[in-house]
Design a protein around this ligand. Structure first.
Ligand code: SD4
Length: 330
């Protein structure tokens, strides 16, 4: 058995405490823990689900130059959408059971504006299409062929998103396919990103190719405002990763922001959000759920119920704070 490994970066001890509690959380999700220490005076800041250094570095570059949180999260998550080695997002994403790569994404700004695309095919950057929906239509969400048509009208190029690697894996999967769509815990990189800019405004984005080998037509939580992402500039923001059906059932990200409004720290709110999901499943823990959250003060929180969760923050002082964990069977 491998040992649980926790790598603490010396830059910011407070974040290390949060990460340490994440390690515990993956082992025993119901265990009670103290609230993590605050990370004060850390504006601007960006955090993301999973270990996505290129994405957070890009987002940080935008914030550091005085750019908006909205631009920061869009630019950040685009890195993963374009990265074909990330098979949970954008180009290179794993297809549904019929071999279609279908993408879900959303974005939300500090004024409560939001845009979303679901079941989008043939376009590498769904988050940017979602932003166009937000900024250039009276709507919030576009789906499927309509979303693709809209994207093309806005100048996005159509491209085949199914890489040889993902195609081969899908063909292999079909040999022994079970009807149940799977979530690949070891390689599970939907990106949710939250940022505060120098003006103190919050924004967030979330983008995914969804569950590998899902039933054609399935849409998860990631493009659903309130479930996969929610931003309230008065309070904070949250985003989710994991089995989307579970997140939708609890309107997870909205719940976490509301819990922060009621006085919980981001960490406490993420833990409570996960607890509600566990409760709905009568304590059964055979799936993965992770939330990250940030509040107006720049405190962050993250919690998951499956080992392997990492997150990364960049602070205004230029610290690269990278608490991370290896995947650990207990
Ligand atoms: C979904 N929440 O479609 C997404 C999956 C995910 O990393 O987070 N994958 O349900």
């Amino acid at each position: 058995m491998k040992r649980r490994k926790f790598v603490k970066n010396s830059g910011l001890g407070a974040a290390g405490i949060i990460s340490a509690s994440l390690v515990n959380s993956c082992a025993e999700a119901t265990e009670k823990k103290d609230a993590p220490a605050a990370i004060n005076a850390l504006k601007p800041i960006v955090i993301a689900t999973w270990d996505v250094p290129n994405a957070t570095a890009k987002a940080w570059e935008v914030l550091d130059k005085g750019g908006s949180a909205l631009d920061s999260v869009e630019q950040g998550v685009r890195m993963e959408e374009a990265d074909i080695s990330n098979q949970s997002v954008g180009k290179g994403g794993r297809p549904d059971r019929d071999g279609n790569v279908t993408l879900d994404a959303c974005i939300m700004d500090h004024q409560g504006n939001c845009g979303s695309v679901v079941y989008l095919q043939n376009i590498v950057h769904p988050v940017s299409v979602a932003r166009k929906v937000m900024e250039e239509t009276p709507h919030v969400m576009l789906a499927g062929k309509g979303a693709e048509k809209f994207a093309v009208e806005k100048g996005f190029q159509k491209e085949n998103l199914l890489t040889d690697k993902s195609k081969l894996e899908w063909e292999k999967w079909k040999e022994t396919a079970e009807y149940k769509p799977i979530i690949n815990i070891e390689n599970h990189d939907t990106i949710g990103m939250l940022a505060i800019d120098q003006a103190g405004n919050l924004s967030g984005a979330c983008t995914t190719s969804g569950m590998a080998y899902k039933i054609a037509g399935r849409v998860g939580d990631s493009p659903i405002i309130g479930a996969g992402l929610f931003v309230d500039n008065e309070v904070g923001a949250a985003t989710a990763t994991g089995v989307g059906e579970e997140v939708v059932r609890t309107v997870g990200s909205f719940l976490i922001v509301e819990l922060m409004r009621q006085g919980k720290s981001p960490q406490q709110a993420c833990e409570e959000g996960v607890r509600r999901i566990i409760e709905k499943n009568k304590g059964k823990l055979d799936f993965q759920i992770g939330f990250i959250a940030i509040n107006k003060e720049g405190q962050v929180g993250a919690y998951c119920i499956q080992p392997g969760f990492t997150y990364r923050t960049y602070s205004s002082e230029g610290h690269t704070n990278t608490p991370s964990m290896s995947h650990i069977p207990a």
